[in-house]
Ligand binder design. Structure first.
Ligand SMILES: O=C(O)C(=O)C[C@H](O)[C@H](O)COP(=O)(O)O
Length: 212
């Protein structure tokens, strides 16, 4: 059930900026700036104390944005982000306890994997949209190309080490449905509240996809 909902949610999502925010107001402004640049989905991580509240506020205030919770690592966080109303969750890695909790909660979810064995285990647990993390460190394009033949039913969102120069190569692989990363948001612009620069950077990503 949740994997069908996830496939639908991801239909128009090609890039997923990984965001670390310091307060909900900043999160809303950041997501708005990205949306103006054509980026319609975000992953707000639980890495900061403001992450959870920011997820709920962005979800409420920007209904046009697909909102994912990132760095979801345990059952408690699964319950919390479900309560916050996110569209789906993302984890950097997978443990049996985490995957079990996600299935119990029926939360649409993209579990992180780094090897074919982890990908197969996640698939056995019912997940076919996976995150390859840390993508470039564990083999990047070569790994994704190699894994496509034996595991054709699995799709990946490579994240970790992607940037403006390499993301299209990843996005163009047949087993990649979306790419993720923090490169889309410059932290100096974020800290300065330079929203126009953030919109411009997002537009650069959007244009690069459109122009290929
Ligand atoms: O926080 C999580 O849940 C993660 O999985 C980590 C992030 O996805 C990466 O830190 C993004 O990698 P970069 O784009 O290389 O910065």
């Amino acid at each position: 059930m949740s994997s069908i909902a996830l496939a639908k949610t991801l239909q128009n999502v090609q890039v997923l900026p990984v965001l670390t925010v310091t307060n909900p107001d900043q999160a809303v402004q950041l997501c708005q700036a990205l949306y103006k640049g054509g980026i319609n989905a975000v992953e707000i991580t639980l890495r900061t104390a403001a992450g959870l509240e920011s997820l709920a506020v962005v979800k409420r205030e920007l209904p046009e944005v697909v909102v994912a919770a990132g760095t979801v690592c345990n059952a408690e966080q699964v319950a919390a982000v479900k309560e916050a109303g996110v569209d789906f969750g993302v984890s950097p890695a997978s443990t049996p306890a985490l995957l079990h909790a996600i299935n119990e909660a029926e939360l649409p979810f993209i579990p992180g994997v780094a090897t074919p064995s982890e990908a197969m285990y996640a698939a056995e647990c019912g997940f076919n949209h996976l995150k390859l993390f840390p993508a470039t460190a564990v083999g990047g394009l070569k790994l994704l190309k190699s894994i496509a033949a034996p595991l054709p039913e699995l799709g990946f969102c490579p994240t970790g080490g992607l940037n403006q120069d390499n993301f299209l190569e990843f996005l163009n692989l047949p087993n990649v449905y979306c790419v993720g990363g923090s490169w889309m948001v410059n932290s100096a612009d974020l800290n300065a509240g330079n929203w126009q620069a953030i919109t411009d950077a997002a537009q650069k990503v959007t244009d690069a996809i459109a122009q290929q």
